[in-house]
Design a protein around this ligand. Structure first.
Ligand SMILES: N[C@@H](CCC(=O)N[C@@H](CS)C(=O)NCC(=O)O)C(=O)O
Length: 205
């Protein structure tokens, strides 16, 4: 199986975390803006990464669908519970992580534009509010527990961990750790796992 992506994409890291946790062998195919048209578009008409090319030849996207595919493909360790309520809770955590990552991607991409072409201060504040509100709910729902959902590691922890890691990398000035000490502890615990260490992107040069 092949995963198409770039180390800078938080969604690609999320999928790599799942592959590592489930110990699924894969070939990581690096894409770039220059190769995207030729490599990604034939697999995903939306032209977005990550895309997974499964061994049976099917292309799977986007990251929530890839994660579901991988969790169904290899039974253990199960990252998305079967039970309905538990499943919805874990997927809600995933949506929170993805939403925080979405707002962070928007801000960090806009930062790279020349100043005159950047979005307004109100737009930036709106994105930051989504991040802050998402963090507040993550913190409240985590409470004093070790795992984001239930008594073991699930996709909920991957979702929180990849989003918090991406915040550190893309928006270090947001300094979320002080206001959310239990999320800070969670992020520190997760960062020590092999899967997180192995997929940590190199700092920007
Ligand atoms: N919801 C998608 C988001 C994927 C996404 O936006 N990927 C970005 C890279 S971080 C991308 O490929 N952007 C190129 C584009 O939008 O054309 C997922 O979870 O996979």
């Amino acid at each position: 199986m092949k995963l198409f992506g770039t180390p800078g994409s938080p969604y690609v890291r999320k999928v790599r975390l799942v592959l590592e946790e489930k110990r699924i062998a894969y070939e990581y195919v690096l894409t770039s803006a220059a190769t995207r048209e030729a490599m990604v578009v034939p697999l995903n008409p939306l032209g977005k990464i990550p895309v997974l090319l499964a061994d049976d030849g099917r292309a799977v996207y986007d990251s929530p669908v890839i994660v579901e595919y991988l969790d169904g493909l290899v039974a253990e360790p199960r990252l998305i519970p079967h039970a309905f309520d538990a499943r919805i809770e874990v997927r809600r955590w995933e949506a929170l992580g993805d939403g925080i990552a979405d707002a962070t991607v928007l801000i960090s991409h806009d930062y790279r534009k020349p100043e005159a072409k950047r979005e307004s201060a109100e737009w930036y504040e709106k994105q930051r509010q989504k991040i802050r509100r998402g963090l507040a709910v993550m913190s409240k729902d985590l409470g004093g527990r070790e795992f984001c959902f239930g008594a073991s590691f699930t996709l909920a922890d991957i979702a929180a961990g990849y989003a918090l890691g991406y915040l550190d990398q893309a928006l270090p000035e947001l300094d979320w750790r002080k206001p959310y000490p239990t999320l800070n502890q969670l992020a520190t615990r997760l960062a020590a796992r092999d899967s997180f260490r192995k997929t940590l992107p190199a700092p920007a040069a």
